[in-house]
Design a protein around this ligand. Structure first.
Ligand code: RP5
Length: 163
């Protein structure tokens, strides 16, 4: 996309099955994004370069997913003043998912990462859109329509059940 506002990064291609859900919902909400792989452990210099340049490239929110010893979201957060949303991934090197969750959630004071649920990439995308939507009325309207559709779906299910 030409002017991405959200950058979706992940530690490994093996995270893509989950992280694609963030991309898909951003497409639905008409938020421009970029998506790539940046590993805190395997490509640390690439991670530093990414985090130090994201703001000047026009990125407004970073969504970072990783599993196991999931240091990517926190390390990126330590290198940028952009908001970072962390997605704990239940990867094959994760014991039971808690390692991914706690690695991303339990940040030290001063370096926040907005952590979503295990494998919660879809909510990460929605949260990123909401941050952008705080300053962009078109995206806010798209979010409003999306939430209205969710509400109508639940109401339709309730009616069906009650019949
Ligand atoms: C993490 O290790 C990645 O984010 C991924 O969730 C996990 C496993 O990576 P691979 O061994 O599948 O490349 O750094």
């Amino acid at each position: 996309m030409s002017n991405p506002l959200v950058s979706i990064i992940m530690g490994s291609k093996s995270d893509l099955g989950i992280m694609q859900e963030a991309a898909d919902i951003l497409t639905v909400l008409a938020v421009e994004y970029e998506i790539t792989i940046v590993s805190a452990h395997r490509t640390p210099h690439r991670m530093v370069e990414f985090a130090e340049n994201a703001r000047s490239r026009g990125i407004k929110v970073v969504i970072a997913g990783a599993g196991g010893a999931a240091h990517l979201p926190g390390m990126v957060a330590s290198l940028t003043t952009l908001p970072v949303i962390g997605v704990p991934v239940k990867s094959r090197n994760s014991i039971d998912g808690w390692d991914s969750v706690l690695s991303i959630l339990q940040m030290p004071g001063g370096i926040p990462v907005a952590t979503v649920a295990l494998d919660g990439a879809k909510n990460a995308g929605i949260l990123a859109a909401e941050i952008i939507g705080a300053f962009d009325e078109t995206i806010a309207a798209n979010l409003s329509n999306y939430k209205q559709a969710l509400k109508e779906k639940v109401e339709a299910s309730a009616r069906e059940l009650e019949e």
